[in-house]
Design a protein around this ligand. Structure first.
Ligand code: HEM
Length: 157
């Protein structure tokens, strides 16, 4: 059973690094860029700073997924996905899928190109889109963290 305890510790560490980073970007870096940089420089500054985090986030998202599926396999907990009372398990996997898609597919292949296309014409709109999409991701992730901790301790929401 100690392997499950270590997998859980690794899972929580990975989630803390990953969602903590999303909080930092949303609540500190984006408002600071808005406050200190003139509109024309905001997007390139954001891409430079966020690019450093997204490399690290790829590692923590991967570790969170591996440790999570390992725990499900060891606990033989696949049946939970058929029970709506375990909706927080579905929420974890959905948040993980969303970030995996963003970090490994959308961001490198689509988002940066799209943002650069609109940067010159609509830089303020682009920054609004970036800020609001980060707020949404943070809200969904934080709700999932709360639901998972409550759910793991056997309280039904
Ligand atoms: C593929 C994705 C994921 C899988 C398969 C997964 C699976 C699991 C499993 C099996 C547990 C332990 C449940 C138990 O002991 O009964 C767990 C705990 C937890 N997970 Fe996930 N998870 C995933 C992604 C996430 C994400 C994205 C978050 C946060 C947004 C998250 C946050 C947590 C938290 C906070 C706990 C509770 C830790 C504790 O209180 O001990 N997980 N996860």
């Amino acid at each position: 059973m100690t392997d499950i305890v270590f997998a859980r510790a690794l899972h929580v560490l990975a989630v803390v690094h990953w969602i903590g980073g999303v909080s930092m970007v949303t609540l500190v870096i984006l408002p600071a860029i808005k406050h200190f940089a003139e509109p024309a420089r905001r997007q390139s500054l954001f891409e430079a700073v966020e690019g450093r985090f997204s490399g690290q986030a790829k590692i923590s998202v991967t570790l969170a997924g591996l440790s999570g599926f390992y725990m499900i396999w060891r606990l033989d907990a696949w049946y939970r996905f058929l029970d709506p009372a375990y909706w927080w398990m579905h929420a974890m996997v959905l948040v993980w899928l969303l970030f995996t898609f963003i970090l490994f597919i959308a961001e490198p292949l689509l988002v940066h190109k799209l943002l650069r296309c609109h940067a010159t014409t609509d830089s303020l709109k682009v920054m609004h889109f970036i800020q609001y999409s980060h707020w949404l991701l943070l809200f969904i992730s934080a709700t999932t963290v709360v639901a998972a901790v409550i759910g793991v301790h056997g309280v039904l929401i």
